[in-house]
Design a protein around this ligand. Structure first.
Ligand code: SF4
Length: 923
């Protein structure tokens, strides 16, 4: 029986831009995805990640990666067994009840996620704080947005980004601080590009230690030393006071606390600030004048400010500038924090953190606690703040917390100082993991695995960076026995109630997501985010809405604080007396590099979903550390050679990659490269744990957000005598299982990585290096996964030199290759394999101990446009034929190669190539 194709409205689950998508499906299969032309965040556009969502949703892929049924083990050393939902949830309810009875409610904890929908978040929050009576509920948003929350609350009185995306069209100065918007929020960047095109007079200032693609588009790039943002913002205010450019009327009428700050910034002279930040005093002056003198200044900021041991103060110092100049509450103006995750905002709204309560209420406020207790129908809500993310895992490690429930997040990859996290997970009495993917680094620690529904299978709501709530609908049924997150939490809560509230009516009477959301809606009545005028039906008929939208309102509010009245006791915003402090771990002679981590363009978080789409690896194919070319030269580190990156907490071997984006003395690693994709022992005998083996758990005192953006590191060449690489095509229905199987081998080497490549076909690449050659049987086992154990394999070995080559050729095309010792032929062999080029005429060369590629071979180089598969070399060749100004060259390239004409995510990088060409021509 044929089933008709359907289209379902939802959102992209990745970043906080919150793009609307239309999911195309047929039967149980998601067959395509396109941007929703009516969604006010993206108007039909999607970036590389969003536009490949359907590829990660293919059933052949998902059968290999999804958690499909509940699993349980009765002892830590036993394997998990498949069980029924009832058995799994009864077991956990019994364990939790016993633990709570014996050790108190604070002996259990929940660690949840900004990827959950608002309804999921709401139920988990009520379960922990309302039913169990613990505030030990925190979220991975703590790693992402908690400094923005604290910054808004300390200054403006509520956690509410006051601006909207349409403000890009009204601003005269756009001040981007600590955000590589071009990579991390690509559709916002498209909107900025459009705004600049419409208004060429609009000035863009970018504050970032790296010369990112975002910084390259700036009229002024302030490449400050990492962590010196507060000195910069205070220095700008110093200049504005000196130049008489502060708005004294606004300050007098709408704010308080300016006098103290004024005294502080007196010391932030241009000379001091220029020296501290490592920028020119003239540039500081220009930035200050543009900020104050423009008709409307909008600031955009993200993890560069938030992920810091002084993240709250950085946020506040920037907001101080807006208040001092009156650049707030009018079109095109205001401090606008970009949210990292798809629904971090929704989580904040329902109070899904250890110090928050629903609808922006504070745990520390007794009236707020009483209001929430009344709403939930419980006696009280506990007063004692719960553990925040980093503290929570420390408490698990030291035995204070005995049982932890982790939902929709991967702490064994994403938290800083991974050694502690892995120790904690090993030590916990019970680890419950509620997760859609069985492939994450956290799942092996699960004593109970609860399969969760994921994108396309769930309904509810999300809120994006501009306070816009969107309805998310179900396109296909959940796979296997997976269930919606809120539904799992409700089922568990009702079982726990039998012990904790015997004989009483349930606190969790919900049958549908809508019933959960309606209760959340009621909690907002009279609050700054009041959405009592909204309903699921209105969201479906009138489309996504920004909060607040109280009863009686016909639409949401675009911009906040237009009347200059703030949600504080006296209606006035508060200046915070911000002072510059050093990073938690300054560099020194032993650890001289400033190590930064952050997003890559085409990957999302720990890659459980994007890491299943081969074409998303084309832009950054393998884990690497980016360094300034001069630093590499000085240390005799060649491009692509292996280096030890070591901090006081751990070490990870990585490929070195030269990048002009990186200033001397600094280094950058993509935050995505966890132990699922890069590992080894780094020579210490125990597993290296990816990028966050290196990062520091130092916390901001207010927000408790860790300093993921700065650690002191040393980087030295890794002289590993033996190198090894295997790559090849694998059947789609088996490739990810093979990748998973190969991960088991990674701890046997000092360095090992395992990634995908390809487009229509899936390739797997396994790379390793060690001091000694791997035992023959280990190599044979690895190669067997690629069919390199077959009789027809072409083989060459030079035992004396330790070189080995094995090739599987079928119908004159390479299918798989293994190389050990000398890897110099890897580049051209991989391109022949990828392009499916005939190797019939190369039979001799294939096995000759030569490093030379075949005559006429040209390497394609890095893929710039991953949608249309356009590589660096093709752009360079086309440019040789062209001349003219960069804008004309961009159009010509787009006309010829079509690069950047689909999602546009690569346009900033193409512009970088054009700028390089222009500067080479003028030299
Ligand atoms: Fe998804 Fe990209 Fe839109 Fe972010 S910008 S929501 S990742 S499509």
């Amino acid at each position: 029986m044929s089933v008709s194709p359907r289209e379902t409205k939802a959102t992209c689950p990745y970043c906080g831009v919150g793009c609307g998508v239309i999911i195309q499906s047929q039967g149980d299969d998601i067959t395509g995805v396109r941007g929703d032309p009516d969604h006010p965040a993206n108007f039909g556009r999607l970036c590389t990640k969003g536009s490949t969502l359907h590829l990660s949703a293919q059933r052949t892929i998902q059968w290999q990666t999804r958690a499909l049924y509940p699993e349980l083990r009765n002892s830590k050393d036993a394997p998990r067994q498949r069980v029924a939902w009832d058995a799994a949830l009864d077991h956990v309810a019994q364990k939790f009840a016993d633990c709570i009875r014996t050790h108190g409610p604070d002996s259990v904890a929940f660690y949840i996620s900004g990827q959950l929908l608002t309804e999921d978040y709401y139920v988990f929050n009520k379960l922990a704080k309302g039913l169990i009576g613990t505030n030990n509920l925190d979220t991975n948003s703590r790693l992402c947005m908690s400094s923005a929350v604290a910054g808004y609350k300390q200054t403006l009185g509520a956690d509410a980004p006051p601006a909207a995306y349409e403000d890009f069209d009204h601003c005269e100065t756009l001040f981007i601080a600590g955000s590589n918007t071009a990579f991390a929020h690509p559709i916002v960047f498209r909107r900025i590009e459009d705004a600049k095109k419409k208004n060429p007079g609009m000035r863009i200032v970018v504050v970032d230690p790296r010369r990112t693609d975002t910084a390259l588009q700036a009229d002024l790039h302030l490449a400050i030393q990492p962590g010196t943002d507060i000195a910069l913002f205070n220095g700008m205010l110093h200049i504005l006071l000196w130049e008489d450019l502060v708005d004294l009327d606004y300050i007098g009428t709408h704010t308080e606390g300016f006098a103290e700050l004024k005294r502080t910034v007196r010391d932030y002279t241009p000379a001091f600030v220029a020296d501290t930040c490592g920028i020119k005093a003239e540039d500081l002056q220009t930035a200050a004048l543009w900020f104050a003198q423009s008709k409307a200044t909008l600031s955009l900021y993200c993890q560069g400010l938030n992920q810091s041991s002084s993240g709250t103060a950085k946020n506040a110092a920037l907001i101080n500038l807006h208040l001092a100049t009156g650049q707030i509450g009018k079109p095109g103006a205001g401090p606008f924090s970009l949210t990292g995750q798809g629904n971090a905002m929704g989580g904040r709204e329902v109070g899904g953190m250890s110090n928050l309560l629903p609808a922006h209420r504070d745990l520390a406020n007794p009236e707020h606690r009483a209001e929430v207790a009344a709403l939930w129908g419980v006696e009280s809500v506990p007063e004692k703040p719960g553990k925040t993310a980093v503290e929570m895992f420390e408490a698990v490690r030291n035995g204070e917390i005995k049982m932890i429930w982790i939902a929709c997040t991967n702490p064994a990859q994403s938290l800083p100082d991974q050694k502690v996290v892995h120790e904690a997970l090993r030590k916990a009495e019970l680890v419950v993991v509620q997760e859609a993917y069985k492939t994450t680094a956290t799942v092996p620690y699960a004593d109970v695995l609860l399969p969760a529904a994921t994108w396309g299978e769930k309904e509810g709501t999300v809120t994006n960076s501009e306070r816009r709530i969107t309805r998310v609908n179900v396109a296909v049924p959940a796979m296997g026995q997976a269930r919606a997150d809120w539904d799992i939490a409700v089922d568990f809560a009702r079982r726990l109630e039998h012990t904790l509230r015997p004989g009483q009516a349930t606190l969790f009477p919900y049958q549908t997501a809508e019933q959960v959301w309606n209760e959340h809606r009621e909690s907002t009545r009279g609050r700054d985010l009041d959405i009592t005028g909204l309903s699921y039906r209105i969201l479906e008929t009138a489309g996504p809405q920004q909060w607040p939208m109280p009863e009686g309102a016909t639409h949401g509010k675009v911009r906040l604080y237009e009347d200059g009245i703030f949600p504080t006791a006296n209606g006035k915003a508060k200046f915070v007396n911000t002072m510059y402090t050093q990073v938690a771990e300054p560099v020194d002679a032993r650890y001289p590099f400033r190590l930064n981590t952050g997003r890559l363009r085409d990957q999302w978080h720990s890659m459980s979903r994007t890491g299943t789409v081969p074409q998303l690896f084309a832009h950054a194919p393998e884990p690497s550390v980016q360094m300034n070319p001069n630093d590499m030269e000085r240390r005799q580190i060649g491009e692509g050679s292996l280096v030890y990156v070591t901090t006081r907490r751990g070490s990870q071997v990585l490929l070195a990659q030269a990048s002009e984006e990186i200033a001397p003395g600094q280094a950058f690693i993509g935050m995505h490269w966890g132990p699922e994709f890069v590992s080894g022992t780094a020579g210490h005998g125990h597993a290296a744990l990816g990028v966050n083996a290196l990062t520091i758990p130092a916390l901001d005192p207010s927000s408790k957000q860790p300093e993921l953006k700065h650690a002191a590191a040393k980087i030295v060449k890794a002289d590993l005598a033996w190198s090894y690489v295997v790559f090849g095509w694998l059947p789609q229905e088996r490739a990810l299982e093979v990748q998973q199987a190969l991960r088991e081998y990674m701890p046997r080497f000092v360095y090992a990585s395992c990634v995908l490549f390809g487009r229509e076909k899936i390739g797997v690449l396994f790379r390793a290096a060690a001091h000694e050659p791997a035992p023959e049987e280990v190599r044979r086992e690895i190669e067997a996964h690629f069919g390199l154990d077959r009789a027809e394999v072409l083989a060459y070995a030079d035992a004396r030199k330790g070189n080995m080559r094995r090739l599987l050729v079928q119908q004159d095309s390479l299918q798989a290759v293994a190389l050990a010792g000398d890897l110099a032929a890897e580049g051209w062999l991989k391109e022949y394999l990828q392009n499916g080029q005939s190797v019939a005429s190369l039979r001799l060369l294939l096995l000759m101990p030569t490093t030379k590629p075949p005559a006429g071979f040209h390497a394609r180089g890095k893929v710039i446009c991953s949608c249309l598969n356009v590589a660096e070399s093709e752009i360079a060749e086309t440019l040789e034929e062209l001349s003219g100004p960069p804008e004309a060259l961009l159009s010509a390239l787009q006309g010829t190669l079509k690069c950047g004409t689909n999602c546009g995510s690569c346009v900033p990088e193409i512009k970088r190539i054009l700028l390089q060409k222009a500067s080479a021509t003028t030299q």
